[in-house]
Every structure is written in structure tokens, then in C-alpha cells.
Design a protein. Structure first.
Lengths: 246, 116
């Protein structure tokens, strides 16, 4: 008989209940099954009404982030057998409004992300005829780590500051701002500084470090924020002594 | 243009204070609080210590150690109150008490070292 494990899955159907309840399901637990496989099994075999997001199954798309036994995890990279004999509690990501079952509303992050201009900003674009913007491998190494972010929102879910103050721009947005600030082709650092040097920007962070701990892509947002704090502090000293930006 | 705010300056004192407090204070506390009183190490004579503290550079260093460490503590405590007790609406009062305390403590260290 195949090994089974119990999944306690948070359900929230706004037309049916005013707050989240748990449904229990027994699912197979082979060694190569991740939590997402368990959820897919429920959806296919046991209860087709279960709602959750997923796409790639390989830690690239960043859409299957959920709270597994209290910790923010990518469910496609979290093996069921690691939780044997169970039960495994699957809840939506914390710090976001729940739309249905395991699906949260990411609208807040989407608005914040645009504010830090996560694209290459140029004062003037080169004409196409003059070719590509070249970059050495060393220049790419400067920002590569921060470019690994898949917007899975585990860091926002883990960040106690974001939980307390939703105005805080948050770890992934700051790490992505740094990804472009450190890009040799980019000229938008001053524009981003305006957004990030706010109290709701980097200064809201008190370096709890949970964002880096839960990041499935080793982006190290906490490190990005601390580095950026030093940079912003030096810029602020410079602008004090050289108010006209000499 | 960066918005004028005291936050970068406060963070720099916090950051400097963290480094100084972590590097200098444990050594001083170990020497003068544990090793000398318990006789593990031979303490320097009073005249020797007085001569060391009498030097302007020592005094300056000690004032810097006290000041940045106190600002570090003030900043940390301010955010602990904000986030731990959820009393952000008392922002001004908390800031005045925390950083005010650090200023008073720093002035006391200046006074003590200047009149030593």
C-alpha cells in the first residue's frame, strides 16, 4: 500500500464562508512528490473546486508560493516526505489579502514594483545603428544575483515590517531596484533613489533578515537593502555638502 | 533630489554604533569587568590609566565610542517601540525621548572626560 500523508488545506470561498477554514485530504506521498503535486492530486481526484496558482513546476514562474506548516515556500520545491508523517498545513501567503482558497491579491506589489522602475533607464537612447550596449562579465556579476528574483512574494510574506506597515515598499522591489542600479547600462539610479530614500522605502527596513532566509533563488534582498542604505546615506551627505549637485 | 530627512544620518550613527559597540565594548567590559577584578590579568596601575585617559586622543576616542553606541541603542530602541509595541502614532515623542537620551548621555560622557 502506498504511503499517504494528510494535507490540511486552507479554504476560503467568499460566497460560502466569511473566514478561512481547513479541509483535510489524504494524498499519496511518494518520495518525488512536492506539495504542489499533492494539491494537483486533490484538484484532479478529490475536490475540483480547490483554487490555487501554479504554472512551471520548476521554481521559475514564482506563482506557487504558499505557507507550508507556517513557513513561506514554493510548493513546487517543497517535498511532502520532508513533512512525513504529516499532517501538512497549506495556507495562502501571509500579509496579502486572500481572494479565494490559496490565491492572494498581489496588486499592492505590482503597483510598488512599477514605482522603482525595474527596467534600464537611459538619459538618451543610442541609435540602433551604433549597436548593442556592451557589458563585461564582471559588470554582469555586479547585479546578476539580484536579477534571479522570480517575484514569488515569499519575502513579502516573511517580512514582519511589511506585515505591520503595508506602505513599506518591501524586499523584492528594493532588490530589483538594486538589480538595475548596479547595471552598467543603467542611468536611472537618481530617479529610483527618490522613491527608495523615503521612510516607506529602505528606511522602513530594520534588517530582520527573514526575506533572505526564505528566498528560494538566493537573491539576498536583505543584503541589497543594507547596501542600498549605505549608498543612500552617502548620497544624502553629498547632497548636504554639495546642494547643487556639483 | 533626495527628500531632506534625518533618517540617513541617524542610520549612519546607528550603523557606526553597531560596529563600534560590537568591536570595542566587549573588550573593555571583559578587561575591566571580568579579567582585572578576578585577577586573571594584572591590571594597569591607576597612574598609568590616568595618563592614558589624560591624552586628548584617548578622550576623543572614548567620546566617539560612547556617542555612537548610545545613538545605536536609541535607534534600535525607537524601532523596537514602533514595531514591537505598535505605537507609531507617538512618533515624535518616542524620537525625542530616544535620541534625546542619547544626546544627554553623550554630553555626560563629554563632561566626565573633560573634567577628569
Amino acid at each position: 500500500m502506498q504511503k499517504q500523508i494528510k494535507l490540511q488545506v486552507a479554504r476560503y470561498r467568499p460566497e460560502q464562508e466569511s473566514e478561512s477554514v481547513f479541509d483535510e485530504f489524504e494524498v499519496p506521498c511518494p518520495n518525488d512528490w512536492v506539495v504542489l503535486d499533492g494539491l494537483n492530486h486533490i484538484k484532479d481526484q478529490l475536490d475540483g473546486t480547490l483554487s490555487y496558482r501554479w504554472s512551471c513546476r520548476m521554481g521559475i514562474c514564482g506563482s506557487c508560493g504558499m505557507t507550508v506548516n507556517g513557513e513561506p515556500k514554493l510548493t513546487c520545491a517543497t517535498f511532502l516526505t520532508d513533512y512525513a508523517p504529516g499532517p501538512v498545513r497549506v495556507e495562502p501567503l501571509r500579509n496579502f489579502p486572500v481572494i479565494r482558497d490559496l490565491i492572494v491579491d498581489l496588486g499592492d506589489f505590482m503597483q510598488k514594483l512599477v514605482r522603482v522602475k525595474p527596467w534600464i533607464v537611459r538619459a538618451a537612447e543610442k541609435p540602433l545603428s551604433s549597436g548593442e550596449y556592451l557589458q563585461t562579465p564582471e559588470e554582469m556579476d555586479e547585479y546578476k544575483q539580484f536579477s534571479m528574483c522570480i517575484n514569488c512574494m515569499l519575502c513579502y510574506s516573511a517580512c514582519p515590517i511589511y506585515g505591520l506597515d503595508p506602505k513599506f515598499i518591501g524586499p523584492a522591489a528594493i532588490a530589483l531596484a538594486q538589480r538595475y542600479n548596479l547595471d552598467s547600462r543603467d542611468e536611472g539610479a537618481a530617479e529610483r533613489l527618490e522613491v527608495l530614500s523615503d521612510h516607506e522605502g529602505i528606511w522602513g527596513c530594520t534588517f530582520v533578515g527573514e526575506c533572505t532566509k526564505v528566498c528560494p533563488k538566493n537573491v539576498n534582498p536583505a543584503g541589497a537593502i543594507q547596501r542600498y542604505k549605505l549608498n543612500a546615506a552617502l548620497e544624502s551627505v553629498k547632497s548636504f555638502f554639495l546642494p547643487r549637485g556639483a | 533630489m533626495i527628500k531632506r530627512s534625518a533618517e540617513p544620518l541617524l542610520w549612519m550613527t546607528f550603523s557606526a554604533g553597531g560596529v563600534v559597540a560590537a568591536l570595542v565594548l566587549p573588550v573593555l567590559l571583559f578587561l575591566f569587568g571580568v579579567a582585572f577584578p578576578l585577577g586573571w590579568l594584572t591590571p594597569p596601575s591607576v597612574t598609568h590609566l590616568a595618563a592614558v585617559i589624560g591624552h586628548p586622543l584617548t578622550r576623543l576616542a572614548l567620546v566617539v565610542v560612547c556617542t555612537v553606541s548610545l545613538f545605536h541603542a536609541a535607534h534600535r530602541f525607537r524601532y523596537t517601540l514602533y514595531d514591537g509595541l505598535q505605537i507609531k502614532h507617538l512618533n515624535e515623542l518616542i524620537a525625542i525621548l530616544c535620541y534625546g537620551g542619547a544626546v544627554v548621555g553623550s554630553l555626560a560622557s563629554v563632561y566626565l572626560l573633560a573634567t577628569f
